[in-house]
Design a protein around this ligand. Structure first.
Ligand code: ATP
Length: 642
């Protein structure tokens, strides 16, 4: 099965003590899956803007738990079914890679005291041992956990868990598989022992104080957690790799000298080779992938193109001075997004292995972020195709099939789930449990109706897990809701794989549709309008925009509501053509400007359009699921199209 490498970005907050001014919305702007960078500080690309898209962007306010839940937890759920997994951190020096992964010794120490700031590593170890001791998981049981800790320093690999630090030879077999022999794998029986070992190995790692970081990793680290998993007497293995890449360094610019400079040269060499491998993997015309160009790329071969589900977390800094390095790192990371690995469970006939995690984001209003955003989360629930809903507590309830949304959730307008103001609705509801139940039901219905469109392609034995994240954000007194669904399906492998491809294709179409929109450009425009209003007395110099952004803004503003101009055949034909064009291009808010189209209808039309492509004629509106019975007739009538 092909699995795209997931690429996420984490923006490190600017440290108070380093006196660097934080970025402003004019330098760098992000939303949940994209970043817009203005390269005003580089002479070469004066005032150029670049927009990058990722699977997720964590802003400066996100905590370690959130990063774990979004980047790693879905992979851990796959690991147990025999899939290999890699979580890799990339980014400039001092951007927070070791902090995020939790591989710095300070983090490992925090992990030992269960501190919230401990990074991914501690949470991974905790998860694995909680599964190991959990006897309720009947089919898949972790029976053994082993740890190895390798360091790549100046193009050589060292085993940090052998009694004396020793060099590891890298070889290739006849079919170009990378072989690293005699690595020390230490069996661990509990979390404390695992963290103790990691701490011990960490103390042997090459770490130095540099101009950018008090404790900068001078080497790349690969920590592997090797699991032995049992199912019905069958024993299989799966490996979780945590890769802490050393940070790319501006050796010449920083004016570093001596050993630190020398190390920086090796670090950059390895990262350059990594970039070349990623470029080659992206290119359809290249037959040779230069894995052998560095020890790092040889060691990471499986994670980049072999049997591994891989997440790359690109860490960047949030200060203005770092914008050029941030842009370079984002460029690198966005290329990695096109890579696909080939994954396979180590179990021959996995029972419920084809676990699928996809993010289904409703195309909604532009979401604004402010530091005050409060995450709010519904619990996991399980729905079956027969509409039985299981709550995390184990109780179940049936969702009546024929009930209208308004009857199910009298106080909860469905627009809440799309783009409405959650806070506004929140005030209407009495207690939080009630809200959860109502929203949960509404989410179920939405996912169910989404799947309904594919019912002929899917068997009815699938189980679908759905969680929804809503976050209330407040900007200038207004509230906006962003939401995304995470859908996880279990089932017989062909069914689940079928669902994977259907959902993944649909979701990427939806997301691509959103991407091509002018979200970030519009957002920046809105923010700058607001600033202008607030600073009426200040003279605001208009900033030149890149041609692509200018084009986008123009495209959005030129979409005007179609107007009937007369009753001649020619005019009617033009009006119909304009209407079709409008339906094919309008955003959610633009769609709602059309008579007879509310939030729900607008959302259904856009979702259908994203899944099936543009409408060829107005008759196709009849095929859009979720619209009222007489919607089509009514739409033609009120828009003078009948
Ligand atoms: N998200 C964050 N919130 C608060 N502090 C952070 C965050 N990310 C990193 N830091 C702090 O910034 C400093 C540098 O982080 P870290 O050592 O993880 O960077 P790095 O990318 O691993 O650097 P290098 O490549 O030089 O090893 C550390 O003091 C760390 O605690």
């Amino acid at each position: 099965m092909d699995a795209p490498v997931k690429v996420q970005v984490r923006i490190k907050p600017s440290s108070k003590w380093n006196n660097l001014p934080p970025y402003s919305n004019d330098d760098l702007l992000n939303d949940e899956d994209s970043i817009l960078v203005k390269l005003s500080s580089t002479k070469v690309e004066f005032n150029q803007e670049k927009e990058f898209h990722f699977d997720h962007v964590y802003d400066i306010n996100c905590n370690q738990k959130e990063v774990f839940e979004k980047s790693t937890l879905p992979l851990l759920n796959q690991l147990i079914f025999g899939y290999n997994v890699t979580v890799m951190a990339y980014g400039p020096t001092g951007s927070g890679k070791s902090y995020t992964l939790g591989t710095a010794n300070s983090n490992v120490e925090l992990a030992c005291s269960n501190h919230d700031d401990a990074g991914l590593l501690a949470q991974i170890v905790t998860w694995i041992f909680s599964k190991k001791t959990d006897s309720s998981e009947e089919q898949y049981q972790i029976s053994k956990v082993q740890i190895s800790f390798l360091e790549i320093y100046k193009e050589e690999i060292f085993d940090l868990l052998s009694p004396v630090v020793s060099k590891i030879e890298v070889k290739n077999d006849k079919v170009e598989n990378v072989i690293m022999e005699n690595i020390t794998d230490v069996e661990v029986h509990n979390q404390e022992k695992a963290l103790h070992l990691i701490r011990k190995a960490n103390l042997r790692r090459q770490v130095k104080k540099t101009k950018s970081n008090d404790s900068s990793s001078r080497s790349h680290a690969i920590i592997s957690l090797k699991l032995e998993i049992q199912r019905n007497g069958e024993i299989r293995h799966a490996v979780f790799k945590i890769v802490d890449l050393a940070g790319s360094e501006a050796v010449a610019k920083d004016g570093t000298t001596g050993e630190i400079k020398n190390e920086g040269i090796f670090i950059n060499k390895g990262l350059l080779a990594l970039g070349k491998v990623i470029n080659a993997l992206n290119s359809k015309n290249v037959s040779h992938i230069p894995h052998r160009e560095s020890v790092l790329t040889r060691a990471l071969k499986d994670s980049l193109s072999g049997n591994s589900l891989t997440v790359l977390i690109c860490c960047v800094k949030a200060d203005v001075q770092s914008i050029p390095t941030t842009s370079a790192a984002l460029q690198f990371a966005s290329k990695a997004r096109a890579i696909k690995t080939k994954v396979q469970s180590s179990f021959k006939t996995p029972l419920k292995p084809a676990l699928v995690q996809v993010q289904f984001k409703t195309p909604g209003k532009t979401h604004f972020k402010t530091p005050k955003c409060t995450p709010w989360r519904t619990p996991f629930a399980t729905i079956e195709r027969n509409r039985k809903v299981m709550t995390p507590g184990g109780s179940s309830f049936a969702v009546p099939e024929q009930l209208a949304m308004s009857e199910k959730c009298p106080n909860l307008d469905e627009s809440v789930l799309v783009s409405g103001s959650f806070k506004r609705n929140l005030s209407k509801l009495s207690d939080s449990e009630d809200i959860e139940n109502r929203i949960q039901k509404a989410v179920m219905e939405r996912v169910d109706s989404f799947l309904e469109g594919f019912k002929d392609k899917l068997a009815h034995s699938l189980l679908v897990n759905c969680s929804q994240r809503l976050s209330c954000q407040s900007l200038l007194g207004e509230n906006a809701t962003s939401n995304s669904y995470q859908i996880t399906s279990y089932g017989s492998e062909p069914d689940a794989l079928n669902l994977t491809s259907v959902l993944t294709d649909s979701i990427s179409q939806i997301n691509d549709g959103r991407r091509r929109s002018t979200r970030l450009a519009e957002k920046r425009q809105t923010l700058s309008n607001v600033t202008t209003k607030e600073n009426d007395s200040k003279l605001v110099v208009p900033t030149p925009r890149s041609s692509s952004t200018r084009k986008n803004v123009k495209r959005a503003s030129t979409l005007s509501l179609p107007i009937p101009e007369g009753k001649s055949e020619q005019n009617i034909a033009k009006y119909k053509k304009d209407m079709l064009d409008y339906l094919n291009r309008a955003s959610q808010s633009q769609m709602q400007k059309l008579p007879s189209i509310g939030p729900k209808a607008g959302h259904s039309i856009i979702t259908y359009r994203n899944l099936n492509g543009s409408f060829n004629d107005l008759e196709t509106l009849k095929l859009v699921p979720g619209l009222r019975k007489n919607f089509h007739e009514n739409f033609l009538k009120v828009n003078f199209l009948d």
